[in-house]
Design a protein around this ligand. Structure first.
Ligand code: SF4
Ligand code: SF4
Length: 68
């Protein structure tokens, strides 16, 4: 069975609500550097290295990240 992958729900994610500087706090928690932002204030995206560890799911205060 394939490993689960984190996905960001862009209907829910709002960097202004979870950080003062626009940096997604869940990104700092990803040891695999799979979650990245193109710019401060933009919603992050998951790239190919996600290990499905769910650390970012727990770290997102708006519950905008889930594993599928
Ligand atoms: S994924 Fe969660 S923690 Fe990251 S910017 Fe969006 S709402 Fe904030
Ligand atoms: S599930 Fe784990 S590896 Fe994947 S983006 Fe989240 S913290 Fe990173």
């Amino acid at each position: 069975m394939a490993k689960p992958t984190a996905v960001v729900d862009y209907q829910i994610c709002d960097p202004k609500k979870c950080s003062e500087d626009g940096k997604c706090p869940a990104i700092k928690k990803c040891k695999h550097k799979a979650l990245q932002q193109e710019a401060k204030g933009e919603a992050p995206a998951v790239f190919g290295l996600c290990m499905g560890c769910s650390t970012c799911v727990t770290a997102c205060p708006l519950k905008a990240i889930r594993l599928i």
